[in-house]
Design a protein around this ligand. Structure first.
Ligand SMILES: Cc1cc2nc3c(=O)[nH]c(=O)nc-3n(C[C@H](O)[C@H](O)[C@H](O)COP(=O)(O)O)c2cc1C
Length: 212
C-alpha cells in the first residue's frame, strides 16, 4: 500500500505539517508496512497547467498524465498511482496555497483515475468555523467536487481553525484581530484534538483502501 502525502504549505514544522505528520502516524499505526512518500511542494520549482493540451490529445488519457517536463513530473505520476493521497494546505486568501492549486491543475486535468483512490485534505486557517462557512465554503466545496470527480470518491476533510501563526512570538498573533488569549486557549485546548482527528483520519484512510 502506497500513500502519498502532499504538503502544500511552506513551513515544514508548523500547523499544517504537524497535522500531516499526525495523519501519517495514523496510517503507520493501521498499516506498519505502508510505503509513505512525503512531497513538500515548496521544495520544487514548477508552474500550473500550461494549456498545451498534450494530455488530452491521445486515445488513452487515463494513465499518461501531464506531459510538461519539470521538477514535479515524476511526483505527479507517483501521486496519481498511489493507493491513498493526503493533501495539506494552509488557507491563503480563502483557498489553498498557489503551489497546491498549481499541482492540482496538473494532477487533475489529464483525466480521471482508472481506480478509486481515497483522498483526504487537511486545511489550517486563522479563521474560525463560522468565518470559514461565510467566506470559504464555496471554494472548499469546489475542491471536494473536483477531487471526487478525479478519484471516484469524496475526500475526507480536516479543518483546523484559529491557528497560531507564530509559535515562538505569541504576541504577534494579536495582529489577526482576535485577542491573543483567545487564540492561546484555542491552541492549548483544540489543537491537540485536531491532531487526534488527523491521526484517526489517517487510520481511516487505510481502512478505506482495504475496503475497496
Ligand atoms: C499569505 C497568507 C494568506 C493567508 N490567508 C488567510 C485566509 O484567507 N484566511 C485564513 O483564515 N487564514 C489565512 N492565513 C493564515 C494561515 O492560513 C494560517 O496561519 C495557517 O494555519 C498557517 O499554516 P502553517 O502554520 O502550517 O504555516 C494566511 C496566511 C498567509 C501567510
Amino acid at each position: 500500500m502506497k500513500i502519498v502525502a502532499v504538503n502544500g504549505g511552506p513551513r515544514k514544522n508548523c500547523n499544517t505539517a504537524q497535522l500531516l505528520d499526525s495523519f501519517l502516524n495514523g496510517v503507520r499505526e493501521a498499516a506498519p508496512d505502508a510505503e509513505i512518500e512525503v512531497i513538500h511542494l515548496y521544495d520544487y520549482l514548477y508552474t500550473g497547467c500550461k494549456s498545451c493540451f498534450a494530455c488530452q490529445l491521445t486515445a488513452n488519457r487515463e494513465n499518461l498524465g501531464c506531459r510538461v517536463k519539470d521538477s514535479i513530473t515524476d511526483l505527479l505520476k507517483d501521486t496519481f498511482h498511489a493507493d491513498g493521497i493526503v493533501f495539506a494546505s494552509p488557507i491563503y486568501y480563502l483557498n489553498v496555497t498557489a503551489q497546491l492549486r498549481a499541482f492540482w491543475e496538473r494532477l487533475l486535468y489529464p483525466g480521471h483515475s482508472p481506480k478509486k483512490i481515497p483522498t483526504a485534505v487537511i486545511y489550517t486557517m486563522n479563521m474560525n468555523e463560522a468565518q470559514e462557512q461565510k467566506f470559504a465554503a464555496s471554494p472548499l466545496q469546489i475542491i471536494d467536487m473536483y477531487l471526487t470527480d478525479c478519484f471516484g470518491m469524496p475526500p475526507e476533510t480536516i479543518h483546523s481553525y484559529n491557528t497560531f501563526q507564530f509559535n515562538d512570538r505569541p504576541a504577534l498573533n494579536e495582529d489577526f484581530r482576535r485577542p491573543v488569549e483567545e487564540k492561546k486557549k484555542h491552541r492549548e485546548e483544540q489543537f491537540p484534538k485536531d491532531l487526534q482527528a488527523a491521526f484517526i483520519s489517517g487510520k481511516q484512510m487505510v481502512l478505506r483502501i482495504q475496503n475497496l
